[in-house]
Design a protein around this ligand. Structure first.
Ligand code: GLN
Length: 504
């Protein structure tokens, strides 16, 4: 039996039946990290000793019957979740040696559910960029077609690579502007960003607080549901945590009920139809729509005119919030400190040395949006348009239950890592396929702006590479998004066994 090809759901069943042990499973993953970790560059820190100790504890619990929900499942955490005593970098030099004294709610909940932590995954610096090239630790590699050296997408690049290549069973990510769903699409995984407030942001390094959503990656929908059931929940220490989160988590603990397609209204946003999407992706998407239709779903065109402004809205709001959030990284309390000539000079030298060029570019432009001169016309205006978009989505969701579209206009071949015009961690690191990235934002970021649940599910191989279908639901209708994802998954019958993906 190849332990690596087991999905989380299958591994859990075997652990519970005592057919395998948590130590065996964890060791299989650690061996694989040893074998492929350097090439794929998906881990920043591997917590080998801790993982083996956690796994031994899980086996003890199975023996005495005190096993918890995800007992013994080896997972990875994106490196922007604070983990007590374990280096947490955010993919940045400025936090390269930062060891938090506190734990994020999501990592704590997963640990409390019995998950085994294998390590912390690589990411775009502070979540900025979809390319994976802005990490201080170098880019992660997409496990598909390794010879071509393709990007896994970002910013949760290491988590996506690690799950797809079988270097962990499932992983967490964060999604401020598609950073879970975009890499999920490029790496053939299910990626789920729950409704805002369902997974707590407590202990998660902020990028743009009103858009940041912790979430999960899995090889299939059930795996994601189980991960969310453990990771979600109300957190009193966080002001925007949703009280309904516990209820949603509970509902995901039992297997997802079959969602009848008859009577289900599925919306397609008219304004997105003019986008220049890869024709192979378009045709796979249409094939799925036809299938949903022939199984009884009603397909409805809805209008959400302001989706076409998402790219601009995101640019203004995310950068403005980031410039304010990341002001705390000044060398005074934690992280890198470069002594200068007095306080101001120390700030300057620390931040100049600590941030990569792409992050600096975002922070500077974000600060400009908040200046007296531009605040009204940029930031304030953007928040107003965000509200209009909210209302358009509310109106659309009166006509339909879910909204679908391709997650991404392209496959990973549009994002090669070795592109000389956009070197790693340069100002141009996100520009090498800028048109595609902007379109991907247009297809997905409504869910961040309005805090709606959204998932990407593999729909097919296009051009020999994975492509995802995006499902978005009403606020707190997370369960239905996953239930619908099950239909897509069944029809796609996508084979993402890690040994197949890695061509073993
Ligand atoms: N494309 C987005 C950006 O570059 C991804 C952000 C995210 O979700 N962390 O900001």
């Amino acid at each position: 039996m190849n332990l690596i090809d087991l999905t989380l759901t299958e591994a859990l069943a075997k652990l519970r039946a005592r057919e395998i042990t948590a130590v065996e499973l964890t060791t299989a993953y650690l061996d694989r990290i040893e074998k492929f970790g350097a090439e794929l560059n998906c881990y920043i820190t591997v917590t080998r000793e801790r993982a083996l100790a956690d796994a031994a504890e899980s086996d003890r619990r199975y023996a005495d019957g005190t096993n918890r929900g995800l007992e013994g499942i080896p997972i990875a955490m994106k490196d922007n979740f604070a983990t007590i005593g374990i280096r947490s970098t955010g993919g940045s030099h400025i936090l390269e040696n930062f060891i938090p004294g506190y734990e994020s709610t999501v990592s704590q909940k997963l640990a409390d559910a019995g998950c085994v932590l294998l390590g912390k995954t690589n990411m775009s610096e502070f979540g900025m960029s979809s390319s994976a090239k802005t990490s201080y630790f170098g880019p992660s590699l997409n496990p598909y077609n390794r010879g071509m050296r393709l990007s896994p997408g970002g910013s949760s690049s290491g988590s996506a690579t690690a799950v797809a290549a079988g270097l962990c069973c499932a992983a967490t990510g964060t999604d401020t502007g598609n950073s879970i769903r975009f890499p999920a699409s490029l790496c053939g995984l299910v990626g789920m960003k729950p409704s805002y407030g369902v997974c707590s942001r407590f202990g998660c390094f902020p990028f743009a607080s009103s858009l940041d959503h912790p979430g999960v990656f899995g090889r299939n929908v059930d795996d994601c549901a189980l991960m969310l059931a453990a990771a979600a929940g109300f957190e009193p220490q966080e002001s925007t945590s949703a009280t309904v989160a516990d209820k949603i988590a509970d509902s995901l603990k039992s297997p997802l009920a079959e969602l009848p397609l008859r009577g289900l209204k599925i919306g397609i946003i008219r304004e997105l139809e003019s986008l220049d999407i890869d024709p192979n992706i378009k045709s796979e998407f249409n094939r799925h729509i036809e299938n949903l239709k022939s199984n009884g779903a009603e397909i409805i065109k809805v209008s959400v005119p302001h989706v076409l402004d998402l790219e601009t809205l995101y640019m203004v709001i995310s950068r403005a919030e980031a410039s304010s959030n990341l002001a705390r990284l000044d060398g005074m309390r934690y992280g890198l400190r470069v002594e200068g000539d007095g306080l101001d000079d120390t700030y300057k030298k620390t931040r100049a040395a600590g941030f990569g060029p792409y992050v600096k570019f975002r922070l500077v432009t974000g600060a400009v949006m908040l200046t007296e001169k531009f605040y009204k016309d940029c930031f304030l205006q953007a928040t107003k348009i965000r509200r209009i978009l909210d209302n358009e989505l509310l109106a659309a969701f009166e006509k339909c239950d879910l909204i679908v579209n391709p997650t991404c206009p392209c496959t990973a071949d549009a994002a090669p890592l070795n592109n000389e015009s956009s070197p790693e961690n340069s100002l141009a690191a996100d520009e090498f396929s800028a048109q595609n990235f902007y379109m991907a934002d247009t297809l997905t970021i409504a869910a961040n702006m309005s805090g709606l649940p959204a998932a990407s599910v593999p729909m097919a191989l296009c051009n020999g590479l994975p492509a995802g279908l995006h499902i978005m639901g009403r606020r707190f209708d997370d369960t239905r998004v996953l239930q619908c994802a099950k239909h897509i998954e069944k029809f796609a019958a996508f084979d993402n066994r890690p040994t197949t993906v890695m061509g073993e």
